[in-house]
Design a protein around this ligand. Structure first.
Ligand code: ATP
Length: 251
């Protein structure tokens, strides 16, 4: 029996003038999967995520989420369906305390019907991510690790079905990364599909059961982490001998 994927991309393509940043990508993602989206700088990872989450419109192709054609839908509509993302550079509202940043995400996504329940959802999300103590602080006064957790709290309060995490571990130390990985695993354990865009092999190896590799906008490989890590085409185009050794060492 085949199950319907949560997210299906068919021939997804985005051109910028003469450059094809995402080239005819066909892929699907199931419920509760943790998938790593990898590839060298400029491979098209961010563009692909932007096409799915409504921040860019495709030049061609189709995006289907939970059986519904969502091609070209704006981010706020997709957030209401449970399709959410974080950004590589975290972008909280600097003048709002952490709690209200999370509450705003809960309201914006429609996960909370009013400010009182949005604040309750925010408290719960901050607690779950271990940063309840920063609820009253303004984002500029948070550490990088706290700001990254704040991003995750915003996504969580929006009740995601699928979450794209854009380098949520960049700049964190090893212990901070381990803590974030545990949080991501616990979110996935509730059935949320998670796609992580990553350069850190420790994260890819420790978290993802499946890897999708983009190269010059096209799909180069898609399969179980171990198999993809040993794929000569992937080693050649992306990992290099050093990257493959690092991925092996991170086991
Ligand atoms: N708005 C844009 N206008 C023109 N070209 C763009 C635009 N956005 C991305 N590109 C180009 O599309 C290609 C893919 O970029 P993208 O940012 O998606 O790659 P990436 O894999 O996310 O890279 P990185 O790992 O460096 O973030 C690059 O050549 C980039 O210069």
């Amino acid at each position: 029996m085949t199950t319907t994927p949560l997210l299906q991309l068919d021939g997804l393509t985005r051109r910028f003038g003469g450059l094809t940043a995402v080239n005819d990508v066909t892929l699907s993602f199931g419920e509760g999967e943790i998938v790593g989206l990898i590839g060298s700088n400029g491979a098209g990872k961010t563009t692909l995520v932007n096409l799915v989450t409504g921040h860019l419109k495709p030049s061609a192709g189709r995006v289907t989420f939970a059986g519904r054609d969502i091609t070209g839908s704006p981010p706020y509509r997709l957030a209401r369906l449970g399709l959410l993302r974080t950004f590589q550079v975290v972008q909280p509202f600097a003048q709002l305390p952490a709690r209200d940043n999370v509450a705003a995400a809960a309201l914006f996504s429609g996960a909370a019907p009013d400010m009182a329940s949005a604040r309750d959802a925010a408290e719960a999300a901050l607690l779950r991510l271990g940063i309840a103590h920063v609820a009253d602080k303004l984002p500029p006064h948070l550490t990088l690790a706290e700001r990254k957790r704040l991003e995750l709290a915003k996504s969580l309060a929006a009740k995601p079905k699928m979450l794209f995490l854009d380098e949520v571990n960049a700049g964190l130390n090893s212990a901070e990364i381990d803590a974030v990985l545990d949080m991501i695993r616990s979110i996935a354990a509730e059935g949320v599909t998670i796609v992580v865009i990553e350069h850190l092999m420790k994260v890819v190896r420790g978290l993802c059961t499946r890897l999708v590799v983009l190269h010059q906008g096209a799909l180069l490989a898609d399969g179980p982490t171990d198999a993809v890590a040993r794929d000569p085409a992937v080693i050649d185009a992306y990992l290099g001998a050093r990257g493959a050794a690092m991925l092996e060492a991170a086991r």
